[in-house]
Design a protein around this ligand. Structure first.
Ligand SMILES: [Mg+2]
Length: 392
């Protein structure tokens, strides 16, 4: 199974970089975007400081009076949200060229799941370079990018070589990558937790892993979650903005949690068929298939794959869904399965690569319409049906 490829894209000193781009006289100078300093008497905070201003110790969220004390010769520029929002739209539009799975987390930051995009855009590293180039072409601004198998690691990676950075953490090297970094880099380690860890002699993320047993005695079970993060374990999926509204999906909750592979397979197949039927009813096709998977312990995983071409075929969706399922399952007791189709577009566009499976789907629709849903069920959905290979 192909490991996930998740990018964290973070624009460098976004507001200040835009001002420096638009006003060449500000380039190379300490630029502080934020409240009016009023000669050191101003109220409010710094929104963004240029890298030149950061050398004076000025940073985001610092009181503007403090910034003025540290950098009285800086160039103070008021916030122009309308302009930054327009540039943000341009950046997000560029990101959308590489995958449907873009999750903006602020005006200048987003996660992308590009696992399903490598056929079109090359391996993650090549894709990340093209993406940085595309942002620069469109906006004349630089972004820093982290590439990893999880959101957690990608976000930490994007921050390490700013500005204009590209840090790639190959699959399997997550724990080794995190180990030497200070504990405060880890999500969930705020100033208080950091203080407690430092007091216990825990300085690096790797220390949390190697001293997990000792720390559990001191700090309780909360440390297990932190140790998981420290090993780079983070199953959260990239949720495309507005996906709930722009997706069609269906879920099934078992009366009794199950490990029965035949049942799980049948459920996935019928969920894919049901969602595909709704796509066809609405005359749309989907580019992204998302699997939701919940265990008896309410642990929830989401995995998504963007297809090289859009589809409204239950078989095509099932092929993806089954692959995603196999990547997660590992014999757990399953409580719920769900299938979502997103990245929807009108289905009547010229189809360069017609799906071979579509006629079969059409026949199913026609029969279902005429005789109702019970009339036609796939052989593989019937109880006791024999397995016929991955496509059922
Ligand atoms: Mg940024």
């Amino acid at each position: 199974l192909v490991p996930r490829a998740i990018l964290h894209v973070d624009m460098d000193a976004f507001y200040a970089a835009i001002e420096q781009r638009d006003r060449p006289e500000l380039r190379g100078k300490p630029v502080i975007v934020g409240a009016d300093p009023r000669g050191g008497q101003g109220r409010g905070v710094v929104s963004t400081a240029s890298y030149e201003a950061r050398r004076f110790g000025v940073g985001s969220a610092m009181p503007i009076s403090e910034a003025y004390r540290r950098c009285p010769d800086g160039i103070y520029v008021p916030v122009d949200m309308k302009k930054y929002a327009e540039v943000s739209d341009q950046v997000m539009e560029v990101l959308g060229r590489f995958t449907d799975l873009v999750e903006p987390i602020s005006i200048d930051e987003a996660f992308l799941d590009v696992t399903g995009s490598t056929r079109m855009h090359g391996p993650p590293e090549t894709l990340a370079r093209s993406l940085k180039d595309a942002i620069r072409d469109r906006t004349s601004l630089t972004a820093s990018v982290g590439v990893a198998t999880s959101k957690l690691v990608a976000k930490i990676a994007s921050d390490l070589r700013k500005p204009d950075g590209l840090v790639i953490v190959p699959p399997g090297t997550e724990a080794a990558f995190l180990a030497p970094l200070p504990v405060r880099r880890l999500w969930g380690v705020g100033p208080k937790t950091e203080e407690r860890l430092l007091a216990l002699g825990v300085h690096t993320i790797g220390d949390i892993v190697t001293q997990q047993a000792r720390l559990q005695k001191k700090l309780g079970d909360g440390i297990d979650h932190l140790a998981g993060l420290a090993r780079g374990e983070d199953e959260r999926g990239v949720i495309a903005h507005g996906d709930e509204a722009k997706s069609m999906g269906q879920e099934h909750t078992y009366d009794e949690d199950t490990t029965d592979m035949k049942r799980l397979r049948r459920t996935l197949l019928s969920l894919c068929d049901a969602v595909a039927r709704r796509l066809r009813q609405h005359g749309v096709r989907s580019r992204t298939v998302t699997l939701k998977y919940r265990t008896e312990g309410f642990e929830t995983f989401t995995r998504a794959e963007t297809l090289p071409r859009s589809t409204d075929s239950g078989d095509a969706m099932f092929a993806v869904a089954w692959r995603l399922f196999e990547g997660i399952h590992r014999g757990r007791k399953v409580r719920l399965l769900g299938i979502y189709a997103s990245g929807l577009a009108a289905g009547d566009q010229l189809d360069m690569f017609p799906d071979e499976t579509r006629p079969a789907d059409r026949v199913r629709d026609a029969v279902t319409e005429k005789f109702g849903r019970a009339a036609l069920t796939r052989a593989s959905l019937l109880p006791g049906a024999r397995k016929r290979g991955p496509r059922g």
